[in-house]
Design a protein around this ligand. Structure first.
Ligand code: B12
Ligand code: SF4
Length: 479
């Protein structure tokens, strides 16, 4: 019987930051698909972010946190895997994915090592040359991964897999790629994530990324019931990874998934769909109703495109138990956002102001707490544009937001911005040399009109003034 071990690598963390762990939904989905199509394969999971609390220093003040070192190796050895699948959705975590691959190679030398996720999907050659991995799965992983396991199970290893779409590997030192993985026409064609691989007690409020969780939950889980985004913003990998069509689970599938997480003991959920506001009506209703029926309080953490927020949505969400929404107000200068291929449906700068006011007022009146995710540091940033950010941040907090976080724009591999601006990144700031800088609260590229110290100085002052605390990813009420 083939043994498959899936690993969510330990996390990069700055000394004083909280852990901010999430749920490895991609690995759970792969596990579910393998269970459905290859029931003889024995699947296990190491979520190294939460299964240990070791810390190894990567650089002064920066640590690899979780199950690390000999403890990680012991767990891998114990699993006796034939195949090790390692998730790497964040560019900032490539070093930790490579670390897991090295650990697996050391203690399970015969195992085939496979990487997948957003980062290796767009940087397969670098990853294959900097981690002892045999394959990278490109894009949506379920189909190519199952095909690869079938081929490996049949004894194929060198070249026999070349007919599989969605793979990258090295052949005599040269990269071979077979295109992005084929996307399921409907995600209902895919199996449910195998939630029962999680140990709910590992996902308590003290480590979760949600922050300020109400009601003393026992275990928190991320949920995502759709894939894809029609927008294709220049700084985002979502559309190139998942496609521009939103594919959502059907109501029955959503109800079954919520029931399953409830049965397992998860009593809090964080919705991570890129576009909750664009979910098909029936999927959205099913999600809201199921969460309410199972008395699961929930928040929305990923994508809330505020121009689409409306009274009906907000009131329904509040009635269904939504208590907090992260709203991406991004950069308030319309010209900047248009340059990123976004906000084409917002007519003017006055309209930006009007829609932001409306969104804040709706949320405030509904009783749903909200905070603002704002973006700074685009190439055209100047003192004047930063003053505009400050004016809007003051307005948003004045209208009831808990706080505003200021993310620095950075061109992630796989985005249009990367193709356009990667040459501006200094070698020492690159994700290859300094992956920890790619966690969005550090700037990478100097704007044309100001220096990095001028920009960070302004942002820090702005955060102190608007929030009363330095600029971090976290709210003051973080537990
Ligand atoms: C939930 C989420 C989070 C959660 C954490 C989730 C977690 N698992 O730990 C939180 C809120 C903490 C978070 C934080 C950040 N996030 Co985030 N997040 C997401 C989000 C919205 C959903 C991820 C998800 O669950 N997807 C659903 C599952 C099914 O997909 P998946 O995990 O990608 O897996 C599939 C494939 O990738 C592949 N695959 C994945 N692993 C493997 C492994 C193998 C072996 C194989 C074969 C295939 C495979 O197959 C899977 C099934 O098809 C994505 C956007 C998106 N829609 O994908 C952004 C995203 C992953 N985040 C992103 C970023 C930038 C960040 C931050 C850096 C931002 C910040 N604020 O600092 C931080 C970094 C966190 C860190 N390292 O510490 C980027 C990453 C891009 C990049 N190259 O880095 C994304 C893609 C958003 C975007 N479009 O730009 N995030
Ligand atoms: S930033 Fe949001 S709206 Fe833009 S492409 Fe990504 S998911 Fe879509």
């Amino acid at each position: 019987m083939m043994k498959l071990l899936l690993i969510n690598p330990p996390r990069m963390i700055y000394a004083n930051d909280p852990l901010r762990c999430g749920t490895p939904l991609g690995l759970l989905s792969l596990a579910g698909q393998v269970k459905r199509e290859l029931p003889d394969v024995q699947v296990s999971l190491i979520d190294a972010v939460v299964e240990g609390s070791g810390r190894e220093m990567i650089k002064p003040g920066i640590f690899r946190h979780g199950l690390v070192g000999d403890a990680l190796k012991a767990r891998i050895r114990e699993a006796r895997p034939d195949v090790v699948g390692i998730g790497n959705i964040f560019t900032a975590e490539w070093l930790n994915a490579a670390y897991c691959a090295r650990a697996a190679k050391e203690v399970s030398g015969d195992a085939t090592i496979v990487l997948g996720g957003h980062h290796p999907s767009f940087e397969p050659e670098f990853m294959l040359k900097n981690a002892p991995a045999d394959f990278v799965v490109l894009g949506e992983g379920e189909r190519p991964f199952v095909e690869l396991l079938k081929t490996l199970g049949a004894g194929g290893r060198n070249g026999a897999q070349s007919g599989i779409r969605g793979l990258a590997y090295l052949s005599e030192g040269s990269l071979v790629q077979t295109g992005m993985g084929p996307k399921a026409a409907s995600i209902d064609d895919l199996a449910d994530p195998q939630f029962d691989l999680l140990i709910p007690g590992n996902y308590g409020p003290s480590t979760n990324h949600s922050g300020g969780v109400i009601g003393g939950p026992a275990a928190l889980i991320d949920l995502s019931v759709s894939r894809g985004c029609p927008n294709a913003c220049n700084y985002c990998t979502t559309s190139s990874m998942w496609g521009r069509r939103i594919r959502a689970f059907s109501p029955d599938r959503i109800r079954a998934q919520v029931q399953r997480i409830s049965e397992l003991g998860f009593d809090h959920a964080c919705i991570e769909d890129d576009h909750v506001l664009l979910l098909p009506r029936e999927s959205r209703d099913a999600l809201f109703c199921a969460l309410k029926r199972h008395s699961i309080p929930w928040c929305i953490d990923a994508g809330t495109y505020y121009p689409l927020l409306n009274k009906e949505f907000v009131e329904e969400a509040a009635r269904a138990g939504c208590y907090k929404i992260a709203v991406s107000f991004e950069h308030p200068l319309l010209e900047t956002m248009r340059g990123e291929n976004k906000y084409h449906d917002v007519a003017s700068q006055d309209d930006v102001r009007k829609k932001i006011r409306e969104a804040c007022t709706l949320l405030k009146n509904s009783g749903i707490a909200f905070y603002a995710a704002m973006m700074v540091g685009f190439q055209n940033e100047t003192m004047e544009t930063l003053k505009l950010v400050r004016e809007y941040a003051r307005m948003i907090v004045g209208l009831g937001a808990q706080f505003a976080t200021f993310f620095y724009w950075k061109p992630l591999p796989g985005t249009a911005d990367y193709a356009r601006h990667a040459h501006l990144i200094r070698e020492e700031d690159s994700w290859k040399a300094s992956p920890e800088k790619w966690l969005l609260v550090k700037p990478i590229i100097e704007p044309e009109g100001m220096t990095i110290p001028e920009m960070t100085g302004f942002v820090e002052e702005m955060s102190l003034e608007v929030n009363g605390h330095p600029n971090t990813l976290i709210s003051p009420d973080w537990k």
